[in-house]
Design a protein around this ligand. Structure first.
Ligand code: AMP
Length: 419
């Protein structure tokens, strides 16, 4: 028996109510804030990620699904959503539109990770990006939007962690003192952190190992090393967040997994955090578009994982509206009635009434059992008697009440019922 590949899973019909709920909330939120949908291919030129998600991050080093197609071109499955959005922004000249351009996406992302609860090799991200604007008010709006998204889903118990990781000017100064700090603990660092010290020192602060976290606790704090402009920007983001009453926690050790961030970074966690708990994160990435060959273009965005949201919704046992069921089940007694049943099913569907018709020559009892198991409200039953009289029996599956109606009146009758 084949199985879905390790770290991936099927989303069965009964799960889809939850997915639809989250996706609809996402689309509504984007409408509220003026973000438009963008869909990008599931794979990109591998360089789109290699150039932007710089080396030294886990994603590039270990997690990308990279392959060559038959022409020898190196492609990568989408590892995250931001770089493809920026690629599309450049490719379609969206920088010529009034800025910022506000876009959102929902789709799968692929990372070769060690699968565990909340961490998969294929997961789905909802993200939104505002491109072409440096205003700190936009950073605050993106954070507010992320918070409002979780709030609208019924997940209000969150902590927003906020930090600034500076810019190309001030960050190098900080990295010098950070490296000095960590160098004096060299023999206590985990092997990954030893590599980070050389390749990507900012991520030292992000190590989940307890011993490395101890070292991070006494590390110099990046907000103390920000240049004047970055300080003002960070201050303004906090003021705007205050203005819209968004609570946040300053976290001077917060850095993001992806390397392209500048200034504002933030992450959102459920209150009782732990393990693979981060619900989403984002920040400003003022150099990414330039890395992809565009003019210097400031931008800010956020992404969240749908699987983790759904895990949280399930943990909270929130009432998710079920997917709509078909209105009517059509059952019949013999071949002649079956042909009539086909006609009625077809007519009703053309009238916009969702119908399931019995197939497979089951007994009437078997057909009704099927209608019951599908939890359909009404059954239309066609027998010999009904055919002669050009009628059908309409049965309310909950109360068991039955009533005969002329075939020509079924659609009108069901519509006025509008279950
Ligand atoms: P990132 O692009 O790493 O900032 O991820 C954005 C969000 O996607 C995270 O906060 C998670 O909610 C989710 N996410 C990232 N990686 C995975 C994964 N391997 N499995 C499930 N969800 C993930």
């Amino acid at each position: 028996m084949y199985k879905a590949p390790r770290g991936t899973f099927d989303i069965l019909p009964q799960e889809h109510a939850c997915w639809k709920y989250v996706e609809e909330k996402a689309a509504f939120l984007c409408r509220l804030y003026g973000y438009q949908p963008l869909s990008t291919p599931i794979f990109e030129d591998a360089q789109v990620f290699a150039k932007t998600v710089a080396g030294g991050t886990d994603i590039i080093d270990k997690e990308m699904y990279i392959f060559k197609d038959k022409s020898g071109q190196e492609l990568a499955l989408r590892a995250e959503g931001t770089a493809p959005v920026c690629r599309a922004y450049l490719e379609h000249g969206l920088f010529n539109l009034p800025q910022p351009v506000k876009l959102y996406y929902i789709g799968p992302a692929f990372r070769y990770e060690r699968p565990q609860s909340g961490r998969y090799r294929q997961h789905h991200q909802f993200g939104f990006e505002a491109l072409g604007e440096a205003d700190p008010a936009l950073d605050a709006e993106v954070i507010e939007m992320a918070q409002q998204f979780f709030y609208s889903l019924g997940l209000p118990q969150l902590t927003i962690h906020l930090n600034s990781i500076g810019c190309k000017l001030c960050r190098p100064r900080y990295l010098v003192v950070l490296k000095q700090h960590y160098s004096s603990y060299m023999d206590q660092l985990c092997p990954d952190c030893k590599a980070r010290l050389v390749k990507n020192p900012l991520r030292l602060l992000d190590c989940k190992k307890v011993s490395c976290q101890e070292i991070a606790k006494t590390a110099p704090k990046i907000p103390d090393y920000l240049c004047h402009e970055c300080q003002i920007h960070f201050q303004s983001v906090q003021e705007y967040l205050g203005a819209v009453s968004i609570p946040f926690q300053l976290n001077p050790r917060l850095v993001r997994g992806l390397d392209y961030y500048t200034r504002t970074v933030f992450e959102i966690e459920p209150r009782e955090a732990g393990g693979q708990s981060t619900l989403g994160g984002g920040g400003r990435y003022d150099h990414l578009i330039e890395e992809l060959g565009g003019r210097p273009t400031p931008a800010v965005g956020f992404a969240t994982g749908l699987e983790r949201i759904i895990l949280n919704l399930k943990n909270q046992r929130l009432d998710i509206p079920p997917l709509p069921k078909p209105d009517v089940f059509i059952a019949y007694l013999e071949q002649e009635a079956k042909i009539e049943a086909m006609k009625i099913a077809s007519e009703l569907r053309r009238e916009g009434i969702p119908v399931i018709m019995a197939t497979g020559d089951k007994s009437l009892k078997g057909q009704m059992r099927q209608a019951n198991s599908l939890d359909i409200a009404y059954a239309l039953i066609l027998g010999e008697q009904e055919l002669l009289q050009r009628t059908a029996m309409l049965r309310d599956m909950r109360s068991g009440e039955q009533k005969s109606i002329p075939l020509t009146e079924i659609a009108g009758f069901l519509k006025q019922f509008k279950m």
